[in-house]
Design a protein around this ligand. Structure first.
Ligand code: ASP
Length: 319
């Protein structure tokens, strides 16, 4: 099998073939999800726990639905009621849950690196549902599937990622994935919202939106991550929208058939014009949500297969 990973902690450790394997399987789950009876038994008998220490709408709902459609027993741990509020550390909580024998643990946490740390302590498969400014691998994979289906390929495309690059795990995971698949990535945004060392990323960097969008096949907008900003990064939202908000006039600089993406949640009138976001001829934002469920089903299915094989080999070694 060409998917060897035991956890899905980020895009960084994945081989391009593993990415393709996962997307190919996700395509089959898109078909399943469009049927009236959306059921598979890939995770039958397995337990999936979702631990979200940061707010989430799409990601949490989509992981829950994905697990249920694959036949897993799914538990959502509500952090507001958990012992974490009483001062228990993330690792203690993970060890407690580990003792209940979950097979898949889906974790979102505000600290970069927290999910990797946790994966070292537990003996199930761990999926990173977003850790701080670090990675959001299933988002990048669902974006990749959306692009591949809309453009018919996932290589030699010009993809413009625009806005708050510095605070975005979505931008990070996407630029790693798109780079691995040999696309040309451009980062567009004010210098205050570019990460330190951006020159080393191997991307073209623009602070002028129109110049950056010239000839782009894909335009990916990002939300201003105010919760991760400690100070003023932009003069005002109005000024930001004027310079970096995507509207029809700026989009006209991209290719005529360029698609518009946004991971959500969207701030209409801040990073994107509301009418453009809803324009089904240009925007694939709803498709991204649909692909999210399929990609998470594929990721959990592949990890579950590896987990079963690993446990089987361990058991065989014991005798
Ligand atoms: N939902 C994405 C994330 O969790 C993007 C965002 O919040 O702006 O990173």
């Amino acid at each position: 099998m060409t998917f060897r990973a035991r956890h899905l902690l980020g895009i960084e450790p994945l081989h391009p073939l593993e990415i393709t394997t996962l997307l190919d399987l996700a395509d089959t789950y898109v078909d399943l999800n469009r049927r009236t009876i959306k059921h598979s038994d890939a995770l039958a008998g397995m337990t999936q726990i979702n631990m979200f220490f940061e707010n989430s709408t799409r990601t949490q709902a989509s992981f829950e639905l994905a697990g249920k459609r694959l036949g897993a027993d799914v538990m959502n741990m509500s952090v507001s009621q958990s012992s974490v509020k009483k001062g228990e550390t993330l690792i203690d909580t993970a060890m407690t849950l580990n003792a209940m024998h979950p097979d898949l643990l889906v974790v979102r946490h505000q600290n970069s690196g927290a999910v990797n740390q946790l994966a070292e302590k537990v003996n199930c498969a761990v999926l990173n549902a977003g850790d701080g400014k670090h990675e959001h691998p299933t988002q990048a994979l669902l974006d990749a599937l959306t692009i591949r289906r809309a453009k018919g390929r996932l290589h030699r495309l010009t993809v413009a990622i625009c806005g708050d690059i510095a605070h975005s795990r979505v931008a990070r995971s996407n630029l790693i994935l798109l780079g691995k698949m040999e696309n040309r990535v451009r980062l567009i945004g004010p210098p205050t919202l570019m990460p330190a060392g951006v020159a080393e990323f191997g991307c073209e960097v623009y602070d002028d939106m129109k110049a950056g969008l010239e000839g782009a096949d894909v335009v990916m907008m990002l939300r201003l991550q105010k919760e991760r900003m400690d100070g003023a990064f932009i003069p005002s939202e109005r000024e930001y929208y004027h310079r970096y908000g995507l509207d029809a006039e700026k989009l006209a600089f991209a290719k005529e058939d360029a698609i518009v993406m946004h991971p959500g949640p969207m701030n209409r009138g801040v990073e994107i014009d509301g009418t453009l976001a809803d324009d089904i001829n240009r925007s694939v934002i709803q498709e991204q949500v649909e692909m999210g469920v399929a990609v998470r089903m594929a990721a959990m299915d592949l990890l579950a297969r590896n987990l079963k094989a690993h446990r089987g080999a361990e058991a065989a070694g014991e005798h």
